[in-house]
Design a protein around this ligand. Structure first.
Ligand code: GLU
Length: 413
């Protein structure tokens, strides 16, 4: 992939700092994470052999509340990626105006090559290694790339054994039976859909019949495809880590989700032809949804993108160089930390319900989610227009000001 996501995150911050005239002292604090936890922990594999795994937890900033953010299990995980993701979580919680700072975790491992018992021991080992640094009022992890509600359940159980009591608010994205929230599973996608609904209004595009491609068919991507197709959009292409499929007349999103569940890939879906991930990005589209990993839209391919809207369900899919090109070409980018804030917002609802011990219906959850995401979209758009910048910079302006205000009130600057 080439580019360092943390350098990209710092470049974005620098650009935003200039736009809003951020004080140098505030900028210096926000350029680096507050704390980095880097652990190596032993895990007994099914073979009887002991392997050492490397994991990270980055606590980027906690001026607005406990750190918040997911944990990724990925073979290509790096500390710099986790640092970038932790920074983006800080902006995400701030733009959504939920009372959290930002954090992120990662373990270098390949879940596709691990048995369920090995995955459980890795999850528990990681929590033992970071337990003293997390907690409902300190740092609250959640799922992300290749981590699931089951993994959250093991992590919760391990944490509760360590502290010796119930602490459901230590982690979100839990199964419903362990204090998870209704709607958490498809919350990220639901938030993405709300931002797309707002963006099509701004551009005067009709969602019904709009041509959509979704890169990445994990938790976010598959639900975005199903939801948009239920709203009348035509999902012409999707892809996953093994490659993409295309049908100019639209793919049946629900059947595709079943196919993915059965075969582990979207490839081989009836009536579709195969395309590469890069071909998918450059299709003739109304809406492109990158829902995979970082650094997909770069200085090299940004000029070839024909979509009118890019809805960043993934974190960090677009590099700063690409942003300049897209803005010049009038592509409307809904930036990651605004577009995919639905996940963490419902995590916040989950945490509130855990602390309160009282649970809401899915309808209540989505109604509250809609308000938060729509307000965040509107304030970002307003800031973007005020400063004549793109939506990413608009969202940064809103988020940074909130974090800066909290730091100033605390007397940090
Ligand atoms: N991992 C998700 C994200 O990147 C959710 C984080 C959370 O729920 O804390 O926003």
């Amino acid at each position: 992939m080439g580019e360092n996501p943390f350098e990209n995150a710092q470049k974005q911050l620098e650009k935003a700092a200039k736009i809003i005239g951020l004080e140098p002292a505030v900028h210096s604090i926000l350029r680096e994470p507050m704390r980095i936890i880097d652990v190596h922990f032993p895990v007994k594999m099914d073979s009887g052999e002991t392997r050492i795994f490397n994991g990270f937890r980055v606590q980027y900033n906690n001026a607005r509340g406990p750190c918040k953010g997911g944990i990724r299990f990925h073979p290509a995980e790096t500390l710099d990626t986790v640092k970038a993701l932790a920074a983006w979580m800080t902006w995400k919680c701030a733009v959504a105006n939920i009372p959290y700072g930002g954090g992120k975790g990662g373990v270098i491992c390949n879940p596709k090559e691990l048995s369920s018992t090995e995955l459980e021991r890795i999850s528990r080992g990681y929590i033992r290694a970071i337990a003293q640094f997390i907690g409902p009022d300190k740092d609250v992890p959640a799922p992300d790339v290749y981590t699931t509600p089951q993994i959250m359940a093991w992590m919760l159980d391990e944490y509760e054994k360590i502290v010796g009591g119930a602490a459901p608010g230590v982690i979100t994205g839990k199964p419903l039976a362990l204090g998870g929230s209704a709607g958490r599973e498809d919350a990220t996608a639901q938030g993405v859909v709300y931002t797309i609904r707002e963006a099509v209004k701004v551009l005067g595009i009709e969602l019904r019949g709009a041509k959509v491609a979704v890169q990445g068919f994990g938790n976010a991507g598959s639900f975005v495809a199903t939801k948009l197709s239920e709203m009348g959009a035509s999902i012409v292409a999707v892809s996953d880590s093994r490659g993409g499929i295309y049908n100019e007349n639209g793919l049946a999103a629900k059947d595709l989700a079943k196919h993915k569940e059965q075969y582990g890939t979207v490839l081989g879906f009836a009536g579709a032809k195969e395309i590469s991930n890069s071909e998918l990005l450059e299709l003739e589209l109304d809406i492109l949804v990158p829902a995979a990993l970082e650094n997909q839209i770069t200085g090299e391919n940004a000029g070839k993108i024909k979509a009118k809207i890019i809805a960043e369900a993934a974190n960090g899919p677009t590099t700063p160089e690409a942003d300049e090109i897209l803005f010049g070409n009038k592509v409307f980018v809904i930036p990651d930390f605004l577009c995919n804030a639905g996940g963490v917002t419902v995590s916040y609802f989950e945490w509130v319900q855990n602390l309160y011990g009282y649970y809401w219906t899915k309808e209540e959850v989505f109604e509250k989610l809609d308000k938060i995401i729509t307000t965040a979209f509107e304030s970002s758009l307003k800031a973007a227009r005020e400063h004549s910048v793109d939506m990413r910079m608009g969202a940064y302006a809103v988020a940074i000001k909130r974090v800066a205000e909290a730091m100033k009130l605390r007397g940090w600057v």
